[in-house]
Design a protein around this ligand. Structure first.
Ligand SMILES: Nc1nc2c(c(=O)[nH]1)N[C@H]1C(S)=C(S)[C@@H](COP(=O)(O)O)O[C@H]1N2
Ligand SMILES: [Mo]
Length: 543
């Protein structure tokens, strides 16, 4: 007891584990920094954190993904990567302490993380081969060496207790601590050198990764979108209400929601992009270049996209003016017939450069709706975030069953024969967009004054169209809202209602009716497996 107390008072009893832990963290930092640098040379997606993060995303159960989107929204990827870094820091710290006593084991532990990173990198669906292992492997070797080097001379000759060594400080795994022992100055210099070199490698790697894909950026700058042979009519003047707080009718590209599994946004060089179309019932397989697409007849359409992960009242819906090639024409040229005309394939599987697979009903994309291979978004080439150079857009279907970004391959198959990415993860095979409406203003918990309060928002039922929107105050009768002008039945529609408010707390609720006459259901459903349902409500207090 007395001994322990003395030992505890003696700074040495914790200085050493602390320095060991510190060396471990430094070694981990060195490993990641070097991996970052090497990944800039291989490709940014091959870095260990991105690869392990991607593997984690693919294995995340649907419920967890839903939870992450709900809590972190579009920041979910940042949170994931910070989580991975936190876990790595904890392991690195522990390995540093272990290495004080078992130097080889500690260093080997770092190598194991390298193996994990390498395995993740080469098994990613977009992996380009064994070189993807290099960032993890080289990083881990440098990390292990750093730990070995820093920790060796820490394993001093003085007797130490507990965690840091045997009673006489002798190593247990047989590697001899016969080398030099750090004095304080020596350790500070060595550790600082390691830290500075790692920081240098990391910053350089970051910078190089940040400027990677320069060819892709240049190819995007070179794109001149041809004038579409079929223009979209101007958005009717009355489609955009001039009520503060209502969503912009056309969502600017920079504000457009983004939902995908890519930790690093793919940067595809349009000049070597190809789209291959093949599979069942394809009598004339086709490979198209980007220029091939631009030379075809282009159509321009306003289409509202919605994510199946959008909660009732949620933000994952946006409307853009797309330019693209009519997908049905391309398919017909390849000899594809929809099932209703005897075609053998009922599922079209689009595959992206990052390994995403998205399956749509062949019947839907060929039924006359404006299903597009889109090249333009709101007058610009597609932004990288939204699928440059080419993505699919299909009116009326949730994004995960229609809107493949960075597309590179289309395979005709059957629903029986193949489950795409999200279907493997328990989401529905087919998912038409559910009729929905959202109150944009007033905001939840707003405190408007008495008098006329403009209640307004958007409603959507893509490819069916919105015919009616009603609101209800508390448990009162349904009141018909004024509908803004309709742009097309493939776009959302704005609505408003001048509410004569009365003092006190009130719940405002909205529901829409689509052109098939179906009233938006009150029945609450979760986003899994085929989209949320229920009515959107906002609680306000009138002062
Ligand atoms: N390659 C790829 N395409 C993808 C996805 C993805 O994860 N990877 N996500 C899909 C989903 S779930 C949606 S809702 C839309 C979103 O498109 P946006 O990010 O341009 O809004 O893209 C779809 N296309
Ligand atoms: Mo989605």
């Amino acid at each position: 007891m007395t001994d322990d107390k003395k030992e505890w008072r003696n700074p040495r009893s914790w200085t050493r584990p602390a320095l060991g832990a510190f060396s471990g963290v430094l070694a981990g930092f060195a490993a990641l920094a070097v991996a970052e640098l090497v990944s800039a040379w291989v490709r940014p997606q091959a870095g260990p954190v991105v690869a392990v993060g991607g593997a984690a995303i693919d294995r995340t159960p649907a419920a967890m993904k839903d939870w992450a989107i709900r809590n972190f929204g579009t920041n979910d990827k940042l949170v994931l990567q910070l989580g991975i870094l936190a876990v790595l820091a904890l392991f690195a710290l522990s390995l540093g302490i272990v290495a004080l006593r078992y130097r080889r084991t500690g260093a080997a532990g770092v190598l194991i993380f390298g193996v994990v990173g390498a395995a993740a990198a080469i098994s990613r669906p977009d992996s380009t081969g064994l070189t993807d292992a290099l960032p993890s492997v080289v990083g881990a070797v440098v990390g292990a060496a750093t730990l070995f080097f820093l920790v060796g001379p820490l394993r001093g000759r003085e007797p130490v207790r507990g965690l840091t060594g045997g009673p006489d400080g002798s190593p247990v795994d047989g590697d001899s601590p016969s080398g030099p022992v750090w004095d304080r100055r020596g350790f500070v210099i060595a550790a600082s050198a390691a830290a500075v070199a790692s920081a240098g490698a990391g910053v350089l790697g970051r910078a190089l990764n940040g400027s990677s894909g320069r060819d892709a950026v240049a190819s995007r700058q070179d794109v001149v979108l041809p004038v579409p042979s079929s223009r979209a009519p101007d958005v009717p003047k009355g489609a955009q209400l001039r009520i503060p707080g209502v969503s912009a009718f056309t969502t600017p590209n920079k504000d457009f929601y983004r939902v995908d599994t890519a930790l690093v946004v793919p940067k595809v060089d349009a000049t070597d992009w190809r789209l291959r179309i093949h599979g069942r019932g394809v009598t004339r397989p086709l490979t198209l270049s980007f220029d091939d697409l631009l030379r075809r007849d282009l159509i321009e359409r306003d289409i509202t996209l919605t994510c199946v992960s959008n909660e009732v009242g949620g933000p994952y819906v946006g409307n853009a003016r797309w330019i693209g090639v009519r997908l049905a024409d391309v398919l017909a040229e390849c000899g594809v017939r929809p099932p209703s005309r005897g075609g053998p394939a009922d599922q079209l599987v689009a595959r992206s450069v990052d390994g995403m697979t998205i399956g749509s009903p062949v019947e839907d994309v060929m039924d006359g709706r404006d299903a597009l291979l889109a090249v333009g978004m709101n007058g610009q080439p597609l932004p990288f975030d939204h699928g440059f150079p080419v993505r699919m857009v299909v009116p009326g279907l949730y994004g995960y069953v229609s809107a493949c970004k960075w597309i590179k391959d289309i395979e005709l198959t059957t629903f029986d024969a193949y489950d795409p990415y999200w279907v493997k993860r328990d989401w529905a095979r087919e998912a038409p967009i559910k009729t929905q409406s959202r109150i944009d203003t007033p905001k939840p918990f707003a405190r408007p004054g008495t008098g006329t309060v403009m209640v307004a928002g958007v409603a959507w039922a893509q490819h069916r169209g919105i015919d009616k929107v009603e609101i209800r105050v508390d448990d009162g009768p349904w009141l018909e809202a004024r509908l803004a002008a309709e742009d097309s039945r493939d776009t959302w529609r704005q609505w408003s209602y001048p509410w004569q408010s009365t003092k006190g707390g009130h719940t405002l609720t909205v529901r829409a009716t689509d052109r098939t006459g179906a009233v938006q259901t009150e029945k609450r459903a979760r986003t899994i497996p085929d989209g949320a349902s229920g009515w959107h409500s906002v609680v306000v207090t009138v002062d």
